[in-house]
Design a protein around this ligand. Structure first.
Ligand code: ACO
Length: 431
C-alpha cells in the first residue's frame, strides 16, 4: 500500500493532483485531501461525516460490517468476559493493559479522588426538582473547570494525568448527587473502600437511616455495561469533546460538551427512548401496528435501539448485553418482565422484516441496556447519565491523545454556502 495515490482531475482546467493515500494498522485506507483545496480551491462535502476520517487515533477500532470492536486491539468480548471497568479505563488511557501493581496504583488514585467540592454540591439546589439529570451533570462537569482552571496546564502531562483521574473518579459522585437531588434524598458520600460500581450503587441507593448492602450481581452487571460503553471511536460525543478541546478549552468544559452531545435520542438518549417506546407499544399484539408506523416515512417514528451509523451487520455489544440482561432478570426474579418479552418479540419481528433486513438495521447496545438498568432500579432519566459515566473514560483518552499530539490543529470544518449573495442593507421603513 506504500506510496499509493489517488489522482484528481479538474475537467474544467485540466489540472491534476495526486492525493496521497494513508494506511492504518487495520481498516480502510484514507485519502489525504489537503491538495483538493490547495490545488483546486474546492472543499470536499460530506455532511454527517459519512466518509470522513476526522483524525488519526490509536484507541478504538470498529469494523461495522464484521461486527468487530477493539479497545487498543483487544476484542470487546474478551474484555467483557475477563476485565473490569477500571482496568479498561487504564487500557484506554495508557494504551496497554496494566500489570498488577499499575492496576492497584490506578485504582487507588481513582478511589482517592471520588469526593467533589462541597460548593459544587450546593449548586444542585439551584435546579428545579424535575431537572433532567443530564442537564445537572453537564452543568456540574462544566463548573469543575472553574475549580481547576489556573492549576491546570493542558501542556503538562502530569496535569493531564491528574485531570483524567479526577474526572473518572468524580463522575459517579456527580451522577449520584444528581439522582439524589431529583429524589429529594440526602447526598451519600462516596465510600473509597468499595469498588467503582459498588460505590456507585451505594451512592445511588443508600440512605442515612439504614445500612445498604450492594448486590454483587448488580455491581457486576453495571461493570459490564460500563465496559461496553467505555469508548466507540469518533462518535458524536467524542468528536464533540475533541472539537471543543481542540480550541485549548479547559478539559472539564470539553467533557461537559461531550455530555451534552451524548444526551440526544440518536446517541446516548436511545436507551431511555427504547423504554419509552416499549411502554408505548404496551403489548405484543400492538407490535405489527407499531412496525407499520416505523415503515411509514411520513410518521417519523423510528424503532429505537435499532440501527447504527457504523454497525451494518450486528452490534457486538448487543450480543454480550443480551446475555447479561437475561442473567440479571433471572437472578433478580424478574425473568417474566413483560418489557423484556416485548423487546424480544419486537426484535424477532424486526429481524425477519424486509424493511430492516434491506437497510441492515440490527439491535444496537441500547436496545437491551435500558432493560438492565430498570432491573437494577435505575430510573429512566438516569440511563444516559450511566452511559456518560462509562464514556468519560473514552472521552478523556481521546482528549489526551489529541492534546499530546504535537501536530494538533483546532477543528474547523468548512461549508457549502447556499444563502443569499451579497446584498445591501435596506432601511427598516423601506422593507
Ligand atoms: N427505525 C426505522 N428506520 C430506520 C432506523 C430505525 N431505528 N434507523 C435507520 N432507519 C432507516 C432510515 O429511515 C433510512 O431509510 P431510507 O434509506 O429508506 O431513507 C435508512 O434506515 C438509513 O438510515 P440513516 O438515518 O441514514 O442511518 P444513520 O446511519 O444516519 O443513522 C442512527 C443511524 C441515528 C443510529 C439511526 O439508525 C437511528 O435513528 N436509530 C434509532 C436511535 C438509536 O437507537 N440510536 C442509538 C445509536 S447507538 C449509540 O449511540 C450507543
Amino acid at each position: 500500500m506504500a506510496n499509493k495515490k489517488f489522482e484528481l482531475l479538474d475537467p474544467a482546467t485540466g489540472k491534476k493532483s495526486e492525493l496521497p493515500v494513508r494506511s492504518g494498522t487495520i481498516g480502510p485506507d484514507v485519502i489525504d485531501i489537503a491538495a483538493v483545496t490547495k490545488d483546486h480551491g474546492a472543499f470536499t462535502f460530506d455532511p454527517g461525516f459519512m466518509a470522513t476520517a476526522s483524525t488519526e487515533s490509536k484507541i478504538t477500532y470498529i469494523d461495522g460490517d464484521a461486527g468487530v470492536l477493539l479497545y487498543r486491539g483487544y476484542p470487546i468480548d474478551q474484555l467483557a468476559a475477563k476485565s473490569s471497568f477500571l482496568e479498561v479505563a487504564y487500557l484506554l488511557l495508557n494504551g496497554d493493559l496494566p500489570d498488577a501493581k499499575q492496576l492497584t496504583e490506578f485504582t487507588v488514585n481513582i478511589q482517592r479522588h471520588t469526593m467533589i467540592n462541597e460548593s459544587l454540591l450546593r449548586m444542585y439546589n439551584g435546579f428545579r426538582y424535575d431537572a433532567h439529570p443530564m442537564a445537572m451533570v453537564s452543568a456540574i462537569v462544566a463548573s469543575m473547570s472553574a475549580f481547576y482552571h489556573d492549576s491546570m496546564d493542558i501542556n503538562n502531562p502530569r496535569h493531564r494525568e491528574i485531570f483524567a483521574h479526577r474526572i473518572i473518579a468524580k463522575i459517579p459522585t456527580i451522577a449520584a448527587a444528581a439522582y439524589k437531588n431529583a429524589l429529594g434524598q440526602p447526598f451519600i458520600y462516596p465510600r473509597n473502600d468499595l469498588g467503582y460500581c459498588a460505590n456507585l450503587l451505594h451512592m445511588f441507593y443508600a440512605v442515612p437511616c439504614e445500612p445498604y448492602h450492594v448486590d454483587p450481581l448488580a455491581a457486576e452487571a453495571l461493570d459490564l455495561l460500563l465496559i461496553l460503553h467505555a469508548d466507540h471511536e469518533q462518535n458524536a460525543s467524542t468528536s464533540t469533546v475533541r472539537l471543543a478541546g481542540s480550541t485549548g478549552a479547559n478539559p472539564y468544559a470539553a467533557i461537559s460538551a461531550g455530555v451534552s452531545a451524548l444526551w440526544g435520542p440518536a446517541h446516548g438518549g436511545a436507551n431511555e427512548a427504547v423504554l419509552d417506546m416499549l411502554e408505548e407499544i404496551g403489548t405484543v399484539d400492538n407490535i405489527p401496528k407499531f412496525i407499520s408506523q416505523v415503515k411509514d416515512k411520513a410518521s417519523n417514528v423510528r424503532l429505537m435501539g435499532f440501527g447504527h451509523r457504523v454497525y451494518k451487520n450486528f452490534d457486538p455489544r448487543a450480543k454480550i448485553i443480551r446475555d447479561m440482561c437475561h442473567k440479571v432478570l433471572a437472578r433478580m426474579g424478574r425473568a417474566d418482565n413483560p418489557l423484556l418479552e416485548l423487546a424480544q418479540r419486537l426484535e424477532e419481528i424486526a429481524l425477519s422484516d424486509d424493511y430492516f433486513i434491506s437497510r441492515k438495521l440490527y439491535p444496537n447496545v441500547d436496545f437491551y441496556s435500558g432493560i438492565i438498568y430498570s432491573a437494577l432500579g435505575i430510573p429512566r432519566s438516569m440511563f444516559t447519565v450511566m452511559f456518560a459515566i462509562a464514556r468519560t473514560a473514552g472521552w478523556v483518552s481521546h482528549w489526551q491523545e489529541m492534546i499530546s499530539d504535537p501536530h494538533m490543529k483546532i477543528g474547523r470544518p468548512r461549508q457549502l454556502y447556499t444563502g443569499p449573495v451579497k446584498r445591501d442593507y435596506v432601511e427598516i421603513g423601506k422593507r
